[in-house]
Design a protein around this ligand. Structure first.
Ligand code: FEO
Ligand code: CA
Ligand code: CA
Ligand code: CA
Length: 510
């Protein structure tokens, strides 16, 4: 059992230097293969892999039978947004057909994969499918049918799919992050902004189950949902609101998880309590209109800020700030340590107050119970020239409890990072021992790209990683900054999922 092996004080690779090369650069002895690039056909009805891969979920193919296959799985891939230049081919005159292509290239891909010999392959399967900006999705929780959504119970599509999470019962939580721009960009397609910005639950094993927006988890720029279980079996999800000076949240389900009842499990996230973190006194503050008088007393001018729980959830950021939630520097991904239960969060940067490099923080819940209402926190690692990383984004733990992190320096423009960082990269951190918090560079992405979605197979042997937006800052199709993963005979770079292997120190341990 890999979880019983002590974490290594040193990484299982020779760290690499920063580079600006248009390549996915890995340490000696490691190799990658392109597994699920944008545009590849993978469903029985001819749908193709979407654009700009972000979060990747790994669902062992035998998971519902209690297995944890490391050689065959249903993968879920978030597609955060579509680049009109690459998807449409012409940014100047976007036709309705091009807008439709963009709307079909976002959302989520569910794809079966199998390891055959040394190679991973996409495998045709009736469960392979696309969730896109057109897919019917059900609203659940307090906002369903409320005035906030003009009585709506069904909505169209899931967009801005950034990071996410997996539940113990084998569903995906895909998180709708930067949803603000879509309404304008897709004008005329009947797009409602209030229908986006939620956490959407999707069952990769059951295409007949309508995806559900979990409004009880609030509406904000949802980065992720890190799921764990409270001592008493309630489900807890930690979530970041990726915006400057925004907060960290947790959702605690009303009912307890029963592994023997999957149908009941699939309803757990419809009902529960939402809290916001106060890092001043280390407490979780309840965002409930009936039970927190501060929400009833909050005013905008001389009018009440909220009149119902649906309104609180629909503008959770305003509610959080009204009750003393602590604004932090853009909370990106959050993960729960598989052995210690500590929670790690990436605070990526905040140019508004000169935090260009970011930090990774961690906290422990009181008595180790995820449902606790108080916690102790500390900084785990600081970005900057000394540590070598900047702008931490996605996090993932390997089965041994080491932390892996990818950076996203996309939005900072001219800044002090380029001098030491090179292209966006992936780093390894021991979480315990003398080197805890020390960053070791494992991978560097191609030009303009960000590495996203890292997830390990249960045996720690394969790392699935996504290469997002290579060549994004290209001026035109004639002046490409990257040709990464271009189709043979073409030059247009493609976002893709890759499978990385070669972890020599781990072979035989898992
Ligand atoms: Fe889509 Fe906050 O990264
Ligand atoms: Ca992110
Ligand atoms: Ca993650
Ligand atoms: Ca990102």
């Amino acid at each position: 059992d890999p979880q019983k092996v002590q974490p290594r004080a040193f990484p299982p690779f020779t760290p690499i230097d920063p580079t600006g090369a248009d390549a996915l650069t890995l340490p000696r002895g490691y190799r990658y293969q392109v597994l699920a690039p944008w545009g590849e056909t993978f469903t029985p009805d001819g749908r193709t892999i979407g654009f700009n891969h972000d979060y990747v979920g790994y669902f062992p193919i035998d998971m519902l039978q209690g297995g944890k296959s490391s050689t065959e799985a249903l993968l879920t891939i978030n597609h955060e947004y579509a680049n009109p230049m690459f998807v449409g081919g012409d940014t100047k005159a976007r036709t309705p057909k091009q807008i439709q292509a963009e709307m079909q290239d976002v959302g989520v891909s569910v794809v079966r994969v199998r390891r055959e010999g040394r190679e991973w392959k996409m495998v045709m399967d009736p469960r392979n499918r696309r969730i896109d900006a057109f897919t019917p999705i059900e609203l659940t929780g307090p906002v369903r049918g409320s005035a906030v959504v003009k009585g709506a119970t069904m909505v169209k599509g899931s967009v801005g799919n950034c990071s996410g999470g997996q539940t113990p019962w084998g569903t995906l939580l895909t998180c709708e992050e930067n949803v603000d721009g879509y309404q304008k960009s897709w004008e005329g397609s009947g797009y409602e902004a209030i229908h986006q910005g939620w956490v959407t639950e999707i069952d990769p094993f059951d295409p007949a189950w309508t995806p559900k927006k979990r409004t009880g988890m609030g509406r904000f720029r949802h980065e992720n949902a890190a799921v764990t279980l409270a001592r008493d079996g309630r489900v807890v999800a930690y979530m970041g609101d990726d915006m400057q000076d925004s907060c960290i949240y947790k959702f605690v389900s009303r009912n307890r998880y029963n592994p023997a009842d999957r149908n009941a499990s699939r309803e757990l996230l419809a009902d529960g309590d939402l809290y916001v973190a106060n890092f001043g006194n280390g407490s979780w503050v309840l965002l409930d209109y009936a039970r927190n008088s501060k929400l009833r007393e909050a005013k905008a001018g001389d009018k009440p800020l909220f009149t119902s729980q649906a309104e609180v959830l629909a503008d959770a950021r305003a509610a959080a700030l009204a009750v003393g939630g602590t604004p932090v520097d853009r909370p990106e991904d959050i993960e729960v340590h598989p052995r210690t239960g500590d929670i790690y969060a990436a605070l990526t940067n905040n140019s508004r107050h000169g935090n260009f490099f970011g930090q990774i923080i961690r906290w422990s819940e009181k008595e180790g119970d995820p449902a606790a209402t108080s916690f102790l926190w500390e900084v785990f690692a600081y970005g900057g020239p000394q540590s070598g990383f900047a702008s931490p984004d996605n996090l993932v733990f390997d089965p041994y409890g080491n932390l892996w992190m990818v950076t996203d320096n996309s939005d900072l423009g001219t800044n002090p990072i380029k001098a030491f960082h090179g292209n966006n990269a992936m780093f390894f951190f021991p979480t315990e021992g003398p080197n805890a918090g020390k960053a070791y560079r494992f991978a560097v992405g191609p030009v303009d790209a960000e590495l996203t979605g890292p997830v390990f197979s249960p045996d720690g042997r394969t790392l699935f990683l996504a290469v997002q937006h290579p060549g994004e800052d290209s001026e035109s199709l004639d002046k490409l900054t990257s040709t990464f993963a271009a189709r043979e005979g073409t030059r247009i770079p493609r976002p893709t999922l890759v499978a990385i292997e070669g972890f020599p120190g781990w072979r035989g341990q898992a």
